[in-house]
Design a protein around this ligand. Structure first.
Ligand SMILES: Cc1cc2nc3c(=O)[nH]c(=O)nc-3n(C[C@H](O)[C@H](O)[C@H](O)COP(=O)(O)OP(=O)(O)OC[C@H]3O[C@@H](n4cnc5c(N)ncnc54)[C@H](O)[C@@H]3O)c2cc1C
Length: 668
């Protein structure tokens, strides 16, 4: 790493020249950094807005799952089978699926060696269990905080290796250069929050051969979200330089607590809490689920099932399926403007419906599960104590006493299956830009639970391998870099300077943010409506004019202003993708419903506007991937449907593989 300065109109801006900058400090970012280091590329820096922030270190669930190749027990497994299963989730390219499957064991054991306590037996078998969309028992877990343990282990390795970390640096722009054939990423501009009041407003310029973008999922575009507050995402950085997004329509939504953001999956549902709703002030309580279920046993079974059928899935709404509950919660919070809570102190009340609540009336599967867990106590809280005391402790640590208070919930955005497009080495269409982790939208419509963590580790490993092999040169000298990036840096300096004014209003940023988040949750969330989506897009475009004219009083608000612009850009592309999908006839799938008056209601007692249809087998939208990007010149949006590439079926012949490997033709 070389430290210097760039001089613009007499003001000095720090210039850091380095082979690779890794943006972000989640599990994917840290793995990219240590994997580069291990492969000999040690001229790297991590640039992060908040060391310890992001999803990996701050999210979890009842039993947070890591999906990996099955390596134990009697169930046979192969990388090819795993790739097929990932691919069968629809709209995932087969070659990417194969890379994630083929590198799964390698990435997993890397974490094991770094000390992540994945459980194994006395013979060394890493036992697995079945997670959603998983036919082979490939799930494993180190407990509710698996991804945070991954963060800890990787962070320790970063420290041990002495990799430089630029903390409190919010990256606000990526730098690009156009050569004859390609556009390249050549670094980034960040604002250092610690020196924001100085003459240069904390602006730091990074001159890098490679940019690993590991900025996580787009949590900041949603109002109802279980992404940690510290995770807003920065896809707009890449969109602005022409990176292509794919499958932006595909996210996972599900029930989560909102005061402290946490998934209410697993035992939080299996102990069958009571669902109640109130008016906005907490009055007029009622058990809103009762009127939609024929009796308390069917309702209780649906609640129980929600435990391991956590993400909303439109296929599981009919016949009083577990996902009908998500719809009813959404109907209550969004359409009826009420609040919904889980009550662990009492069982669901049966006065309004035929039978009394009694655990013995549950179906066999649910009853046996509770019995085998010694959890047949009278109240949900006592069953939860018996089954999973840490689940209660976790809320206690975060200021919520499940024994004595209601837990407020909503249907929240949790994970984005789509994101930026990458090739089999996780390089985007912009050369030298490698989106890894959740910002890379490698997944398709349905993904096995835990596949996100596997993808983050395998993808960042692949990116590191490619960089170390092909892009290991020194960054350009200051003069060359300035010729390529100087005008981009000047433009950002101008933008920052002109945003600050004595008549500025710092609060306006949060007002605009709230507006776009509400729009996204209403139109691009779990329920989508072809009739209102284009109105939402027009409103978004209108909002942009107001955002462009925002003036703030203090330089301290600059990172928030740039973030607002980034999230605005991100949400616009996501809404455009939702609109395009519906225009091509796309119906309900994955984790969302497209309302359609020619469809069917999932439950007879629901209003008619809840009708919807699932996509037909081999429909246009299920056999292609929607790619979306900004046009270079006029910032209009281009959309393209590309065929899904199959899983490669090449014969794996050792002699050929060895020859190509020896000749350096493999990592190309
Ligand atoms: C409640 C919940 C439960 C989940 N459970 C599971 C599960 O069981 N299994 C599974 O596989 N996945 C699960 N996921 C998803 C998984 O946790 C995430 O996909 C994964 O942790 C993302 O890791 P990442 O490294 O890509 O991003 P993150 O860990 O989110 O890190 C992103 C980093 O980028 C930084 N950053 C962002 N923008 C900028 C910027 N402009 N400048 C500088 N830094 C920036 C952030 O501060 C952060 O450090 C869950 C997610 C949630 C929310």
């Amino acid at each position: 790493m070389k430290k210097d300065f760039i001089n613009i109109q007499g003001i000095k801006y720090p210039l850091i020249s380095v082979n690779t900058i890794v943006i972000g400090s989640g599990a994917a970012a840290l793995n990219a950094a240590v994997s580069l280091f291990d492969r000999g590329q040690q001229d790297i820096v991590i640039v992060t807005d908040n060391w310890g922030g992001g999803t990996s270190n701050n999210a979890g669930s009842d039993k947070q799952t890591y999906y990996k190749l099955s390596l134990a027990g009697k169930i046979p497994d192969s990388a090819y089978d795993m790739a097929k299963d990932l691919y069968n989730g629809k709209c995932m390219h087969g070659d990417i699926a194969l890379c994630e499957a083929q590198n799964s064991a390698r990435a997993f054991f890397h974490l094991v060696e770094l000390g992540v306590p994945f459980p194994h037996d006395e013979y060394g078998a890493f036992a697995g269990y079945k997670t959603d969309h998983d036919p082979a028992g490939r799930g494993t877990s180190a407990g509710p905080l698996t991804s945070s343990m991954m963060f800890d282990a990787l962070a320790m390795d970063v420290e041990k290796k002495g990799i430089a970390v630029f903390d409190q640096h919010e990256v606000v722009s990526l730098l690009k250069n156009d050569s004859i054939h390609n556009r390249h990423a050549i670094g980034a501009i960040a604002i250092d929050r610690n020196s924001i009041e100085s003459e240069n407003r904390g602006i730091v310029v990074f001159n890098a051969v490679n940019t690993v973008l590991a900025t996580g999922g787009p949590g900041g575009i949603y109002k109802t979200s279980v992404y940690p507050v510290s995770q807003s995402g920065s896809h707009g950085l890449a969109f602005r330089i022409g990176a292509v997004g794919q499958n932006l329509t595909e996210s996972q939504f599900g029930l989560a607590s909102i005061k402290f953001r946490w998934n209410v999956s697993g035992s939080y549902q299996q102990v069958i809490p009571r669902y109640v709703s109130t008016d906005p002030d907490g009055n007029n309580e009622r058990e809103f689920l009762n009127e939609f279920f024929p009796d308390i046993n069917i309702l209780s079974n649906a609640i129980f099932l929600k435990g391991y059928q956590w993400p909303f899935d439109p296929r599981k709404t009919a016949n009083f399926g577990s996902s009908l509950i998500d719809i009813l919660v959404y109907r209550e919070t969004v359409w009826n403007n009420r609040r919904v809570f889980l009550d662990y102190a009492r069982n669901p009340d049966s006065t309004e419906i035929s039978k009394k609540f009694d655990l013995e009336n549950l179906n066999k599967e649910a009853y046996e599960y509770l019995k085998r867990s010694d959890a047949l106590q009278g109240k949900p809280i006592d069953r939860l104590k018996a089954m999973n005391q840490p689940a209660i402790d976790l809320y206690k640590r975060n200021g919520i006493d499940l024994e004595n208070e209601y837990l407020e919930i909503d249907v929240c955005a949790q994970h984005n299956n789509g994101g930026l497009k990458g090739n089999i080495w996780w390089e985007s269409n912009i050369k030298n830009l490698f989106p890894v982790g959740e910002v890379n939208g490698s997944h398709g419509v349905y993904r096995p639970g835990g596949a996100s963590l596997n993808s983050g580790q395998t993808g960042s490993l692949r990116a590191a391998m490619f960089i170390a092999e092909n892009y290991s040169e020194h960054p350009p000298g200051e003069e060359n870099f300035s010729a390529m990036a100087g005008s981009q840096v000047k433009e950002l300096v101008r933008e920052a300077g002109s945003a600050i004014s004595d008549v500025g209003n710092d609060y306006i940023i949060s007002e605009h943010l709230e507006k776009l988040q509400r729009r996204m949750s209403e139109h691009g969330g779990v329920i989508r409506n072809p009739e209102s989506i284009d109105r939402a897009i027009n409103e978004a475009i209108e909002q942009k004019k107001n955002i462009d004219s925002i003036r703030i009083k203090s330089a301290g608000e600059l990172p928030s202003l740039f973030k607002l612009k980034d999230l605005w850009m991100t949400h616009l592309l996501y809404l455009e993708a939702v609109s395009e999908y519906m225009k091509k006839g796309g119906q309900s799938r994955g984790s969302f419903i497209v309302l359609d008056s020619s469809g069917k209601k999932p439950c007879i007692s629901l209003e008619d506007h809840w009708k919807f249809k699932m996509n037909e087998e081999n429909s246009y939208t299920d056999t292609r991937i929607l790619e979306i990007a900004l046009n270079n010149y006029d910032l209009s949006i281009k959309k393209e449907w590309v065929d899904v590439r199959p899983v490669p079926d090449d014969e794996l012949w050792f002699e050929k593989t060895w020859k190509e490997f020896r000749e350096g033709k493999t990592i190309k």
